[in-house]
Design a protein around this ligand. Structure first.
Ligand code: APR
Ligand code: ZN
Ligand code: ZN
Length: 397
C-alpha cells in the first residue's frame, strides 16, 4: 500500500470536537467463535478516570488474537460480541481525569501488559508484571463496564486491555506508551506498531529473560514473528549459531534472511529433534526458546539445551491443560526453564528506549512486515496468519 502522509491520515482528527463525547466509528466486531469479523459502526465512550482514548492508525494481528478468536480456552465462549486486537499504534484523542503522562496529540502504542508504576510488582525490579491492571480476564475496563456499544446500545466486550481492531479504543493509562517524537512520521509509526506485542516479546525474551551472550548458541522452536524476533534479538547480541525449528518449511526462507543460521523441520527427522540440536551445538545450545504455542515441543526445547548451563525460555502461550513434560530430577543436571511475558520489558518505562534502539537499527523492524492491507480486509489478514503466509500484516485504519 502507498504511504500516506500523517496530515492526510489525520484530516478528520480534531480532538476539540470529540473530547468528552461518544464517538461513532468503525470497528471489526466478532459475534461468536471463529465467525467472520464484521466491520460496523460502534459507539466509543469517553475515557474515564486514568483512561486514554486513542485514535488507532495501524493495527496488526498476532497469534494470540487468533487463539482468542477461536475462543480458546473454552471459558471465553461467553464473551461476545467482542473487539479483538492488541498490536497497534495511534494518536491520543483525549484523556480521562488523572492522566498526566500522555496528552492529546501524543503518538503512542497500547500495550496489554500494564505498568501502573506504583503497585508491589511494578516497583520490583525482578518482574514486569503489574497487579493493579491485570491482562487476564480483561473483558471490561476497571469499573466493570465497556466503553464500546453497538448502535443499538448493547455492550461489546474488550480484549487484552487494548481492543485495537477499532478506529478508536479506550485503554487504562498504564497500558499506553508514549513514543519518541519522530513517530509523527507515518512510516516510523507503522514500524513501531510491532512493539505493541510480537517484536517486544521476542527480542525481550532474548535480551532481558535469557540475556543471550556474544558467541552463544541458540535454538528457536517456531519461526513466526515472535520466534524471528528472538532470532533478531540473538543476532543483535552476537550469537554465533541460531538454529530455527519449524514444521512449516516455507518459514525457512524468510528466517534465513533474518539471522537464523540453520534449520530443522521435525517432520524430516527420524531421531528426536533435541538429539539433532545437541549434535549441531557441541552437546546442546546455551539458550532454547519455545515460540510456537505448541506444548508438544517443550520437551525437545528443554533437552536441546546444554547440561550444566542451558536455559529454556517459554515464550508461546499454552492454552491446553497439559503440564510441563519434565521430570523434576532432570532439573538436577543444571538445565533451567523459565516463562516470560512481554519479553520481560516494563512497558511504559522501558519501551521508549527500546523504540529508539529499533529506530537506530539495533533491531530491524521492516522484515517483520510482510503484508499491508486496508482495515476492512481484516478477514483476509487473519487467514494469511492462520495459513502461515504472513509474519505481520499491518492494517491501515
Ligand atoms: N514445531 C515447530 N514449530 C511449530 C510447531 C511445532 N510442533 N507447531 C507450530 N509451529 C510453528 C508454526 O509453523 C509457526 O511458524 O510455530 C510458528 C508460530 O508462529 P505464528 O503463528 O506466526 O505465531 P506468533 O505470532 O509468532 O506467536 C507465537 O507466541 O505470542 C505468542 O500466542 C502466541 O503462542 C504464540 C507464540
Ligand atoms: Zn502495577
Ligand atoms: Zn500478541
Amino acid at each position: 500500500m502507498a504511504e500516506k502522509k500523517n496530515n492526510n491520515i489525520l484530516r478528520n482528527f480534531n480532538p476539540s470536537e470529540t473530547r468528552g463525547k461518544i464517538i461513532t466509528c468503525k470497528a471489526a466486531v466478532v459475534y461468536g467463535p471463529e465467525e467472520a469479523f464484521k466491520i460496523e459502526e460502534v459507539e466509543v465512550h469517553p475515557p474515564q478516570k486514568m483512561e486514554v482514548r486513542i485514535k488507532i492508525l495501524f493495527t496488526s494481528i498476532c497469534h494470540s488474537d487468533v487463539d482468542a478468536w477461536k475462543a480458546q480456552p473454552e471459558s471465553r465462549r461467553a464473551f461476545y460480541p467482542r473487539i479483538f486486537g492488541h498490536e497497534a499504534s495511534g494518536i491520543v484523542e483525549s484523556v480521562g481525569e488523572g492522566v498526566n503522562d500522555v496528552r492529546e496529540g501524543d503518538y503512542v502504542v497500547p500495550i496489554f501488559q500494564a505498568e501502573c508504576g506504583e503497585c508491589k510488582l511494578c516497583t520490583c525490579e525482578k518482574t514486569n508484571t503489574c497487579e493493579s491492571v491485570s491482562y487476564t480476564n480483561t473483558v471490561m475496563l476497571s469499573d466493570g463496564k465497556s466503553r464500546f456499544y453497538t448502535t443499538d446500545a448493547k455492550p461489546i466486550f474488550h480484549f487484552l486491555n487494548t481492543s485495537t481492531f477499532s478506529e478508536y479504543t479506550v485503554v487504562h493509562s498504564a497500558c499506553v506508551v508514549k513514543l519518541p517524537s519522530v513517530a509523527d512520521d507515518t512510516r516510523i509509526l507503522k514500524r513501531l506498531t510491532l512493539l505493541s506485542c510480537g517484536v517486544t516479546t521476542g527480542v525481550g525474551a532474548a535480551w532481558n529473560v535469557a540475556n543471550v551472550h556474544s558467541g552463544s548458541t541458540v535454538a528457536i522452536f517456531g519461526l513466526g514473528s515472535v520466534g524471528l524476533a528472538v532470532a533478531e534479538g540473538a543476532r543483535a547480541r552476537g550469537a554465533s549459531k541460531i538454529i530455527g525449528i519449524d514444521i512449516n518449511p516455507h518459514k525457512f526462507i524468510k528466517a534465513q534472511a533474518m539471522g537464523v543460521t540453520e534449520f530443522i523441520n521435525p517432520k524430516d527427522e527420524e531421531k528426536p529433534v533435541y538429539e539433532k540440536i545437541r549434535e549441531m551445538s557441541e552437546g546442546g545450545v546455551h539458550y532454547s526458546f519455545e515460540c510456537s504455542g505448541n506444548s508438544d515441543v517443550l520437551r525437545d526445547a528443554f533437552l536441546s539445551s546444554h547440561e550444566g548451563w542451558g536455559l529454556t525460555v517459554i515464550v508461546g502461550i499454552h492454552l491446553t491443560p497439559k503440564t510441563l513434560p519434565i521430570h523434576p530430577m532432570e532439573l538436577f543436571y543444571g538445565r533451567r526453564i523459565v516463562g516470560s511475558m512481554f519479553g520481560g520489558f516494563k512497558g511504559k518505562s522501558q519501551l521508549p528506549h527500546f523504540a529508539q534502539q529499533c529506530l537506530q537499527g539495533v533491531v530491524k523492524l521492516d522484515d517483520f512486515i510482510t503484508h499491508e492491507l486496508p482495515f476492512h480486509d481484516i478477514n483476509e489478514a487473519f487467514q494469511l496468519l492462520i495459513a502461515g503466509k504472513s509474519l505481520r500484516c499491518i492494517l491501515h485504519l
